[in-house]
Design a protein around this ligand. Structure first.
Ligand SMILES: [Zn+2]
Ligand SMILES: [Zn+2]
Length: 293
């Protein structure tokens, strides 16, 4: 497995890009690019082996999404669909403009769809597909949804299975890791997993009491420690690439999230960088990592 860090041609900062080369002939099968991650906006680009790209969530503005895609030489024409995890604004702020401008198809749960319409965040006339938890074959990819425990209407995490059988999961915005989440993530080679906050930083920070309670509740967000303790399970069930996502900019530090995860992996005899690739999705911009098998 090879990892390369490259410079962004636009901003000259290091950025993250995942090229998952999932066959012996080294063809690029799945590309993953964290565009935005965290409480100020979330959006992930995933491109499958047949060059079909999707977005998972569309936080931030359409202009910001266009710019960051362009900076990575990702043509928006490759993107056919956007999958929404839930209706909170840090996941959907670009949605209305984006899907109208580029005629994207929206996939999400029936409850989220209703909530988006009710809040005026999408129009009723757009092309959309309400997903349930059954495996849905969209032709270029099949998708399985699983419930996330969060203070929203019917939020979903997603497992995408490429036509080659490769699985990639997006699992953010959840208060705890249920059996359903565990079972859904088994066998996913790449997992984008929430690692929202450090509990000490949150408890000692400036957030009002009600917000701290909300984040720490079973319908809030995953702490570094909760996510870290879950990682050995993932690695023992086929995960090779972990991207820690949705980090709080007020209550977390990327190095702390990585250290916590490394600690709990080490306790189980698993070495980050050797047995599993572990990275943090930055708030914006990205480092590039080339992963070759
Ligand atoms: Zn949320
Ligand atoms: Zn969120």
């Amino acid at each position: 497995m090879r990892v390369e860090k490259l410079k962004c041609p636009v901003c000259d900062e290091q950025y993250l890009f995942f090229f998952l080369l999932l066959s012996k002939c080294e063809k690029i099968m799945i590309r993953v690019c964290p565009l935005f991650s965290g409480s100020s906006g979330n959006s992930y680009y995933i491109e499958f082996s047949n060059k079909n790209g999707i977005l998972v969530d569309a936080g931030r503005s359409t202009k910001q999404l266009e710019n960051i895609l362009q900076a990575n030489n990702i043509s928006i024409c490759n993107i056919s669909s956007v999958f929404i995890t839930h209706e909170h604004i840090d996941h959907v702020s670009a949605l209305k403009v984006l899907i109208n401008k580029y005629n994207l198809k929206l996939y999400t749960s029936k409850e989220t769809l209703d909530a988006l319409i009710k809040k005026g965040l999408i129009s009723e006339k757009i092309s959309s597909g309400a997903l349930d938890k059954r495996n849905t074959d969209l032709g270029f990819v099949s998708v399985e949804a699983f419930s996330i425990s969060h203070d929203c209407c019917g939020g979903f995490g997603y497992v995408f299975t490429d036509i080659t059988g490769e699985k990639i999961a997006v699992c953010t915005d959840l208060g705890y890791i249920s059996d359903e989440v565990k079972n859904s993530l088994k066998g996913c080679r790449t997992v984008l997993l929430e690692s929202n906050h450090d509990v000490m930083m949150l408890e000692n920070g400036k957030y009002p009491y009600y917000l701290k309670r909300r984040i720490l509740s079973k319908k809030g967000h995953l702490s570094n420690e909760t996510s870290a303790k879950f990682l050995p399970f993932l690695v023992n069930n086929g995960t090779e690439n972990i991207l820690l996502s949705h980090l709080s900019s007020n209550n977390n530090i990327p190095e702390l999230a990585l250290q916590t995860c490394t600690y709990y992996l080490n306790k189980e005899g698993i070495t980050a960088g050797k047995d599993v690739l572990l990275n943090v999705a930055p708030k914006e911009n990205f480092k590039m990592v080339d992963i070759k098998t």
